[in-house]
Design a protein around this ligand. Structure first.
Ligand SMILES: [Zn+2]
Ligand SMILES: [Zn+2]
Length: 268
């Protein structure tokens, strides 16, 4: 198992042998170079850490911060999500469309995604819940103007309380579905677990750099992206070359975003 995972710190990407012990119990190798770096992202990582959470990676249900935000904005127009119907430009419309819901049950569905328990991979209903929470978070990301297509840094600053969850979810909803199949795939394949952890780590570090101006961490952006690219090449490409190509094109875009951020930090 360990050879499949990068032996690099989830935060700063330096080589290390120090694994998260709880995630190791769950059968995956996630590395932190120091207790300092593990603590830095603990508020985020703890929600997908250890047996029953880490492997397979299942999106945690909405937090107490996220739920009111999602309900308050569910009828506001969002940006366009690639792979979704263009008319599904609000959270409410997307949920009605994707799950064939009557309008008056949208609030109930969103509220039902805010329980405290973690989704259970062995529960057949949990994959549907996964798609709901990932869709809600992705549309919230789009609504707040945080699209990676727009390289305007001002629009990329995390605005939502659910960042980096929504930023990582947009990757799933927009990019990580197989273009050769009709539906959006939200499965529990090992490559998906790996890319979700790496994508979440990258977006968490982005948020930390903005909040605390820890510019030394900004230097790790390129390594974060390279780690994701490497895992696409080794874990996705052999079995699904079409999807791998699509994901790699997305990573070029992310590299452009990281470049803009780095240059802005240099000039400030
Ligand atoms: Zn580190
Ligand atoms: Zn862990």
């Amino acid at each position: 198992m360990s050879s499949e995972w990068d032996e690099t710190c989830l935060v700063c990407c330096t080589k290390t042998k120090n694994r998260c012990s709880k995630c190791a119990e769950a059968g995956i190798d996630l590395f932190f170079c120091s207790p300092d770096h593990q603590k830095l992202v603990w508020n985020v990582h703890k929600r997908v850490c250890g047996p029953g959470k880490s492997n397979p990676f299942l999106w945690p249900l909405l937090s107490d911060d996220e739920l009111p935000e999602m309900l308050a904005h569910m009828n506001e127009t969002t940006g366009y999500l690639v792979g979704c119907e263009p008319e599904c430009n609000t959270v409410a419309k997307a949920l009605q469309h994707d799950f064939a819901l009557p309008p008056d049950s949208v609030t109930l569905l969103i509220t039902s995604c805010a329980q405290s328990a973690h989704p259970n991979a062995s529960d057949p209903g949990s994959l549907a819940v996964q798609l709901v929470v990932a869709t809600i978070r992705a549309l919230e990301f789009a609504r707040t103007g945080q699209t990676v297509v727009d390289l305007d840094l001002a629009q990329f600053i995390p605005l939502s309380s659910s960042y980096p969850w929504n930023a990582a979810s947009v990757w799933d909803v927009n990019e990580a579905h197989d273009p050769s199949t009709a539906g959006l795939e939200q499965g529990t394949e090992p490559w998906r677990t790996k890319l979700r952890h790496y994508s979440l780590a990258y977006n968490t570090v982005l948020a930390i750099v903005y909040a605390d101006e820890r510019t030394e961490l900004a230097r790790s952006f390129g390594k974060h992206l390279q780690r994701i690219v490497d895992s696409i090449r080794t874990s996705v490409a052999p079995s699904n070359p079409t999807l791998a190509t699509k994901l790699l094109e997305r990573m070029e875009l992310s590299d452009g975003v990281a470049d803009v951020i780095r240059s802005c930090l240099r000039s400030s």
